[in-house]
Design a binder for this molecule. Sequence first.
Ligand code: GLY
Length: 355
Amino acid sequence: MEKVHVNLNYSKYFSYDILIDHNFVDNELRGIANYNRAHLVVDKNVCELYNSFFVGDIFILNSSEHNKNLNTVYEILNFMKNRKALRNDTLFAVGGGIVGDVAGFAASIYMRGINFIQVPTTLLSMVDSSVGGKTGVNLGDVKNLVGSFYQPKKVLIDTLFLTTLPEDEFKSGLAEVIKYALLFDKDLYEFLISNKTDVVKRREDVIIKIIKRCCELKAKVVEEDETEQGIRKLLNLGHTFGHAIEVDSDHEIKHGIAVAKGIYLEALFAYEKGMIGKNVLDDIEKIFEIYDYDLNYQVRDFTLFINAIGSDKKAMSSGIVLALTSDVGSGIIKSGIDLDSIKKFFEGARWMRPQ
Ligand code: GLY
């Protein structure tokens, strides 16, 4: 079993381990809702595929961006109330990023906070969203507008779940892996370039290595800047344009796929504005091309799209903040970007990737 520790300096109590292995959570989860002070929120598909793990009274969540909202949080809170959940009980989130975000938020406000354990079942949630304590829901068409920083007590990553993960979900998660490589780790970038066949085949040791590396990188960032006052903003690479793509496509485009497009389009914008060099734009294109991502995006509703960029919670009163890569493995933050310049960038046919 691989282990990554997230060390939050202010308190040992809030520090936690990320455990990574193949085929071990069955032991942790089976029957737990019946005999332990544990409550489970489980993704509907995961529940169907691994139904022997989930005996007893559990909350099944049909995960979609459309029900990542306060109504679902309310239903989870009622579920716990009906089960007479107590303050030292534990809520488990078993699923992808949506399950983790929604259940984590419910755990953070039920009785002002109960224990929370993440069991991510998608690549995206394994390498990114289950680690670091961001929880929350969408409000109207603004993504993740309501939420909290609330660290889990543990993250249990079982790569068994990846054996049944659909291809588009895997590709969505891989975009976040590429994000970590572009921001922090040139070796990981080179590894991904040289090992495409094993990565897309999901070879177990290769996937565990990648997940562990992303968790280590994320742990370092979260240890330094848990509440995103500085370095953690880098993790928003591709997310400012990416979130707008999600909203504009009415969530038909999955989060990671939108992030891949966002990383490329933000880099193209930054290159045109002289913020980054052509070499890094080429490196970004290269890796996404190797993994067959379509980097184009045709905006459907221009006003909605631009408003989504302007109302993104990462925007400051002084302008839009973009995370960028100045070179593979080196992230930088650019703030005070004027929304009008982004609007001009997307006007006409500039959203199309040059052929
Ligand atoms: N997903 C980005 C972060 O956790 O900060």
